[in-house]
Design a protein around this ligand. Structure first.
Ligand code: NAD
Length: 485
């Protein structure tokens, strides 16, 4: 398991109820200060993955027949511990991922709330009974566990996303193998460590770190894994969907976004600017629900751009762990280079850089950049078609609501969308016609509740929804039982 003080933590893998070291190790580096090596994470290969899957497979029948009360007790206790340790877990999260301390603690708290929510769901497992069309026959529909579920998670929500996959999987009686993103092994390890002491039988929960390109395909090919829940980028998701199709495996994908925030001429300016600032730049823009396209009415355009620019000038970029910081670093050098490349592309395409967009040199070596705002962009430019996944937003000027709606929907993605308006008519119409899985009125496109479904349309999502009661669709299978008493 993990041991050691700051700088020397070991983030081992967990399988069959044991901590194991993996084939090799990768450094976990703090993006706010690259001199700070948080620890060493286990990188496993095929043999460890197969062992974890075997363990989950062996544990599946026992866990499937555990009582709802047993599942409630374990998940509730896990939630209680996460909530009690939210400051410490949030700190680890911010240190390895780079979101601000407040955001890190908020995310840790969210993970605890999710475990508590699904503890409750474990004792509310729904079933249904219908009248048979035949006399004297009873028919009922029951939900059963799927079996072993492979969970593949990204780096940008290092504890909340594992939580919102692990908790429902366990609540509905499945066993799991979690493969987290290699950039953020600490939070996955911390979650595993809590689960390892929770009373879960051996093999029910397993953690394997390693390269996604190696472990992912192997996980999908293994016939013992019955379903894959993935969150990450569209290209990786497409490959997973194709492979799962070939292996006839249940699959759920949550992927990228190019989320529009519409600001109509009648919007409350403060509300709109607040929503844009939060939606586009908080968490360093590294949210699948980030408001990367700001679709703004021509009469409010100049006031909106100048007020948002003023906010960006005042935004404090710095070390994630510094309480004064309002925007932390980018997660790593590769992502920072990608962000800067898009700033370049947007400029070449004719976008006007209204603010930021450059790499920042602060008093410590880290992956810092100034938030970037482009104006005078057209919706067909690459900056408005492709997900940047950083603190980069662009303004598209529109003449009226109809054009705003058309621009908002003109994208291959459909995760989240927002509108700022004081018109009930336009708000209602937008909620009905926006081609997104989540629609926000006078709110940022990012920032959701854990007790309701999460997911998108078009290239943003595939399969049934995550979170809330709707998670039952993915994590159970339905059996129809007929009885002639
Ligand atoms: P990524 O696709 O590079 O990696 C995601 C996970 O997939 C990682 O664990 C990675 O190791 C693994 N992986 C890589 N190659 C694989 C393969 N061939 N087979 C199976 N697994 C493989 O994504 P990322 O860079 O970690 O995360 C950023 C992306 O995640 C963005 O596109 C963002 O929009 C998306 N995201 C979506 C949501 C959502 O709910 N819609 C939430 C958060 C992040």
């Amino acid at each position: 398991m993990a041991s050691g003080e700051t700088g020397s933590m070991r983030f081992d893998n967990y399988m069959e109820g044991e901590w194991i070291g993996g084939d090799s190790r990768v450094e976990n580096v703090n993006p706010s200060d690259t001199r700070d090596v948080i620890g060493q994470a286990a990188r496993s290969g095929a043999a460890d993955l197969d062992r974890a899957i075997d363990a989950a497979h062996a544990a599946a029948p026992g866990w499937a027949s555990s009582t709802p009360q047993q599942r409630f007790d374990i998940l509730d206790a896990v939630g209680t511990e996460i909530l009690a340790r939210k400051d410490e877990l949030g700190r680890l999260l911010s240190r390895e991922e780079g979101k601000t301390l407040a955001e890190g603690i908020g995310e840790a708290m969210r993970a605890g709330q999710i475990f508590k929510f699904f503890a409750g769901e474990a004792v509310r497992l729904p079933g249904e009974r219908l009248s048979s069309i035949r006399p004297g026959v009873e028919v009922d529909m029951r939900r059963e566990p799927v079996g072993v579920i492979g969970l593949i998670t990204p780096w940008n929500f290092p504890i909340a996303i594992p939580a919102w996959k692990v908790a429902p999987a366990l609540a509905y009686g499945n066993t799991v193998v979690l493969k987290p993103a290699e950039l953020v092994p600490g939070c996955a390890w911390a979650l595993a460590e809590i689960l390892s002491r929770s009373g879960l039988p051996r093999g029910v929960f397993n953690l394997v770190g390693g390269r996604g390109s190696e472990l992912g395909p192997r996980m999908i090919e293994n016939p013992k894994v019955r379903a894959i829940s993935f969150t990450g980028s569209v290209p990786t998701g497409r490959g997973i969907a194709a492979a799962c199709g070939q292996h006839l495996k249940k699959v759920q994908l949550e992927m990228g976004g190019k989320n529009p925030l519409v600001v109509l001429d009648d919007a409350d300016l403060d509300v709109a600017v607040g929503a844009a600032l939060n939606g586009a730049f908080f968490s360093t823009g590294q949210r699948c629900t980030a408001s990367s396209r700001l679709v703004v009415g021509e009469n409010i355009h100049d006031r909106f751009v100048s007020a948002l620019t003023e906010k960006l000038q005042a935004l404090v970029v710095g070390d994630a762990l510094d309480p004064k910081t309002q925007m932390g670093p980018v997660v790593d050098e590769k992502q920072l280079e990608q962000n800067l490349a898009y700033v370049e592309i947007a400029g070449q395409e004719g976008g006007k850089l209204a603010f930021g967009g450059d790499r920042l040199t602060l008093d410590k070596p880290g992956f810092y950049m100034a938030p970037a705002l482009f104006t005078e962009t057209a919706n067909d430019m690459r900056i408005n078609r492709e997900e940047v996944f950083g603190p980069v937003a662009s303004v598209v000027r529109v003449k009226d609501y109809d054009e705003a709606l058309a621009v908002a929907n003109d994208t291959e993605f459909g995760l989240s969308s927002g509108i700022c308006t004081t018109s009930l008519k336009h708000a209602s119409d937008f909620k009905a016609k926006s081609q997104a899985g989540m629609v926000m009125v006078n709110l940022p496109t990012a920032g959701v509740d854990y007790n309701v479904p999460f997911g998108g349309t078009k290239a943003s999502s595939f399969g049934s929804r995550e979170q809330g009661r709707y998670a039952v669709e993915f994590y159970t299978t339905v059996k129809t039982a007929y009885t002639q008493p």
